[in-house]
Write a protein that binds this ligand. Structure first.
Ligand SMILES: CC(=O)N[C@@H](CC(=O)O)C(=O)NC[C@H](CC1(C(=O)N[C@@H](Cc2ccc(O)cc2)C(=O)O)CCCC1)C(=O)O
Ligand SMILES: [Zn+2]
Length: 623
């Protein structure tokens, strides 16, 4: 009887397989630690030298992963009985760009390093003396200025100095990234990224969730557009019905919370829920914000930040002239000891929320740090993004902000509830179409539907259609507006944030139940609830060792993503907005406006407003 030649050479002994797995696990901790440390050093000091060291360390990491995958293929692991052992082998065999030949991998890593540096060191200078990075200068202008022309200068200028410089590099990046995906048996990089969700219908599931939430978004968009027309005048708005992208308080119009206090608060006579002023009045520091965040986690019985975290994190932008990646991030050094956050913290409510978001990543790392390295990831990437935001849903309640001394008084009536729900919707609902469209664009680029000649057209088609946001001035294929958003040059997948916006409300609902919170969902604060903390911790400690449906079931009792919780949370606001918009057309054209003016960047930026918008003097517009 002729055996299938390969089978009889494959190792079938599962004990031998465990010995292999344990040895590799120990070795991998060393290799990953060195590579992550080199990447940390580059991100916190963007020099050629550090870039080279980081690329070299990534090549060593890739060679190691390639060797492990080759050795793993000597085992007949697909036929193993032990489910966990099989799952470990499956993950160890899926090695991404490490499967590329070294010269192609080197090119890929160098391009990624250059894209990251282009974005993080980009500066907009309005004359030879005054320059602004995105963080904090341009971010503050977009957040605080109410001058149409100054906003346009910052919006257009940022895209000139960032995305516009990346187009060719990105085109090359796409080709090499797809080579790697195909080497691993995927059609393209998009299919590889979607495989992390263990679902064959991820795109359909996301589309269904988006359709369910679209009515709420349309009502919010209509309300905000009316208020912006009051402020800037009807003539500034296209007849196609979109909102010009630079007027929404954020460089990408992805979060509209910065418009709340002066333009959007429904009931002015009720206390504000934006505690930025209180943070400044109370001389909050970044350190204090981090301690407040940690205290929320430990109040639930979750794990405190280790000594190394406090000693080695970078929580303020260095003032020694170094170029750093200011875009916030959390780091797991995979040595079961080093966990850090890198953040150029601004003393604002928005950054208090971001601090909780980053600390949510650290909590996940701490909870699964003793699992095999291949399991030290989220149950799916969306879960990793949800942890910190679930905490923020409790922290941002007026009741909690009062409890930690950031709000003087809490008025408990319907108008105050609407004020609060609208401020939440400006972050959570406004974000949905943006979170949905980024990877629609990227998937279409990876699978070839969108060619480089159409990069910018496809981007704005999606922005006009889903977000109801349009470019304030003409855009061409000399521009590369996707590159002006961190995650494109940073090569960080994005659908995870859309999934997180939906699932975090499912988790919030389940944890509120565990904490015996009986009132409406939007008033729930799980602070000090060990029961809620235990329920969450039991899920986090699974890492990616089980399919995400199993992890979700442990918290919510359900096994699917469901928009019911976010709709329940915002129900009172939905009713209120529908009344506000009664009888009005809340739709916009799918297509972008075509009659847009051509804009050239003035060397001198527009006249300053009466007050310095940044409040820091570092954005001085010469008279
Ligand atoms: C080494 C490494 O890369 N680590 C990963 C974590 C991991 O994978 O282990 C990581 O730190 N990624 C950085 C990224 C940063 C932020 C972000 O990019 N946010 C999105 C979308 C969004 C918007 C609103 C919101 O409430 C939550 C998210 C945006 O700003 O567009 C910026 C501020 C918030 C989160 C992050 O923390 O997710
Ligand atoms: Zn995150």
């Amino acid at each position: 009887v002729a055996f299938a030649s390969t089978d009889c050479q494959l190792i079938t002994d599962e004990n031998e397989a465990w010995a292999f797995v344990n040895r590799v696990n120990d070795e991998s901790q060393e290799v990953y630690f060195k590579s992550i440390q080199a990447s940390w050093n580059y991100n916190t000091n963007l020099t050629d030298h550090n870039s080279q060291l980081s690329v070299e360390a990534k090549l060593v990491e890739a060679a190691f992963e390639k060797e492990v995958a080759a050795n793993a293929s000597r085992f007949n692991w697909t036929a193993f009985q032990n489910e966990t052992l099989k799952r470990i082998f499956k993950k160890a065999s899926d090695i991404g760009s490490a499967s590329l030949p070294e010269d192609r991998l080197t090119k890929l890593k160098v391009i990624e390093s250059e894209l990251e540096r282009l974005y993080s060191s980009a500066q907009l200078c309005d004359d030879d003396s005054t320059c602004n990075n995105l963080d904090p200068g341009l971010t503050r202008i977009l957040a605080e200025s109410r001058d149409y022309d100054k906003l346009l200068w910052a919006w257009f200028g940022w895209r000139n100095v960032s995305g516009r410089k990346m187009r060719n590099l990105y085109k090359e990046f796409v080709n090499i990234s797809n080579e790697a995906a195909r080497a691993n048996g995927y059609a393209d990089t998009g299919e590889y990224w979607r495989s992390w969700y263990d679902m064959d219908n991820l795109r359909e599931e996301c589309q269904k969730l988006y359709e369910q939430l679209k009515p709420l978004y349309l009502n919010l968009h209509a309300y905000v557009k009316r208020k912006l027309i009051d402020k800037y005048g009807e003539d500034k708005f296209p007849s196609t019905g979109q909102i010009p992208a630079h007027l929404l308080g954020n460089m990408w119009a992805q979060s509209w919370g910065n418009l709340y206090s002066d333009l959007l608060q429904p009931f002015k006579n009720k206390p504000s829920v934006d505690v930025t002023e209180a943070l400044k009045e109370q001389n909050y520091t970044a350190q204090k914000m981090f301690e407040v965040s940690e205290e929320f986690f430990t109040s639930l019985g979750l794990i405190p930040m280790p000594e190394e975290f406090w000693n080695h994190s970078m929580i303020v932008k260095p003032d020694d002239g170094r170029d750093v990646v200011c875009h916030a991030s959390a780091w797991d050094f995979l040595n079961q000891k080093d966990f850090r956050i890198k953040q150029c913290t601004d003393i604002t409510m928005s950054d208090l929320i971001t601090t909780h978001h980053e600390m949510g990543h650290i909590q996940y790392y701490l909870q699964y740090k003793n699992l095999p390295v291949v399991f030290r990831r989220g149950a799916n990437p969306g879960f990793h993004e949800a942890v910190g935001d679930v905490m923020s849903l409790s922290v941002s309640t007026p009741k909690h902000l009062k409890e930690i001394g950031l709000l003087e008084e809490v008025v408990d009536d319907e108008e105050s509830d609407i004020n609060f729900l609208l401020s939440q919707a400006l972050k959570k609902i406004a974000f949905l179409p943006f979170g949905y469209l980024i990877d629609q664009w990227r998937w279409s680029v990876f699978n070839g539907e969108t060619s480089p000649e159409d990069y910018n057209k496809k981007w704005w088609d999606l922005r006009c259609k889903y977000q109801g946001v349009s470019p304030p001035v003409q855009r061409t294929e000399d521009d590369f507006d996707p590159g002006a958003k961190y995650h494109i040059p940073g090569n960080t997948p994005y659908i995870r944030y859309f999934i997180s916006e939906v699932t975090q409300f499912q988790f919030h609902q389940a944890l509120c139940e565990a904490a015996n919170q009986t009132g409406p969902l939007y008033k729930c604060d799980i602070y000090n609830s060990n029961d809620a903390g235990t329920k969450l911790g039991d899920m986090l400690s699974l890492g990616s060792s089980k399919p995400w449906a199993v992890a979700m079931e442990k918290v919510t009792g359900n096994t699917t993503m469901d928009a019911g919780a976010i709709i329940e949370y915002f129900q009172p606001l939905i009713t209120w907005l529908e009344k506000q918009n009664e009888g009005m057309d809340i739709q916009w054209d799918e297509a972008c406006p075509t009659d847009l003016p051509v804009y050239t960047l003035p060397t001198q930026s527009p006249e300053p407003e009466t007050t310095d918008p940044t409040g820091t003097g570092n954005v001085v517009f010469p008279n």
